[in-house]
Design a protein around this ligand. Structure first.
Ligand code: PEP
Length: 257
């Protein structure tokens, strides 16, 4: 991380976990541990139905609430969907876009990811854009090309002055929910490559200001080393973000010079 130029952001992705009562219990446990954590922003991307309660519960803290998806249209006949405007109006600040589980199970494509990025930006939400390769792609030596392609597609049409509001999360698919973490070197190599792609698109000044996270089985044990990498500016954390004490350890691991 390099806090001189960009924000460190620790974001939890709760996925389809946590009922309302579990959300309340989580907040009651985490809040007394929080302190000021001025060194990083903390975001909890919770299920839609937990959002209003989570916003209320964390109101007097520096934790902000995000969503895990949105629709790219602002309204209309899209049964079961939620728009950027709906999220914005209830106080959501961030939204995960293009998580590999959505790409895999819900036909999310690079085209819909790009449309969602624009919908989020136009509404004032901050997108956390997920990119990541499969194990097969890594073993074939195609990681950098594939990630560069995903980043370019996601950012198509995004203006340089919008880039400061974007977070890119590098999440190798083989590391998500598997307990297999990328090594710090692998994470840094890809995050650095993502910054190079942004530099080519928007110049060095913009590239150095964009927060790039690593995600994939990040936990209390491996967080410090991953976050010590120059181009790893935070984490997108699934399983470990469901446990307040472990999440707090990861937040503390981001307190590095
Ligand atoms: C994720 O869901 O984005 C994720 C990284 O999950 P986990 O930390 O459980 O691997």
């Amino acid at each position: 991380m390099n806090r001189k130029y960009r924000k460190t952001v620790i974001a939890g992705n709760w996925k389809m976990n946590m009922t309302l009562s579990e959300t309340k219990a989580f907040a009651e446990t985490l809040k007394p541990m929080l302190g000021k954590h001025k060194w990083c922003d903390v975001v909890l991307c919770v299920p839609y139905v937990d959002i209003p309660a989570a916003i209320r519960l964390f109101k007097d803290t520096r934790v902000v609430i995000g969503a895990q998806n949105l629709h790219f249209e602002s309204n209309g006949a899209y049964t079961g969907e939620i728009s950027a405007e709906m999220l914005k109006e209830i106080g959501v600040k961030y939204v995960i876009i293009g998580h590999s589980e959505r790409r895999q199970y819900y036909n999310e494509t690079d085209v819909t990811v790009n449309k969602k990025v624009h919908a989020a930006l136009e509404t004032g939400l901050k997108p956390i854009i997920c990119v990541g390769e499969t194990l097969e792609q890594r073993e074939l030596g195609g990681t950098m090309e594939y990630i560069s392609y995903q980043v370019k597609c996601a950012l198509a049409g995004v203006a340089s002055d919008q880039m400061r509001r974007i977070i890119i999360a590098y999440e190798p698919i083989w590391a998500i929910g598997t307990g297999k973490t990328a090594t710090a070197e692998q994470a840094e190599e890809v995050c650095e490559n993502i910054r190079t792609v942004i530099r080519k698109l928007h110049g060095a000044r913009v590239a150095r200001s964009v927060t790039i996270q690593y995600g994939g089985s990040m936990n209390a044990k491996n967080a410090y080393e991953l976050l010590a990498q120059l181009d790893v500016d935070g984490g997108l954390i699934g399983g470990a973000s469901l446990k307040p004490a472990e999440l707090m350890e990861i937040i503390n691991a981001a307190n590095q010079e």
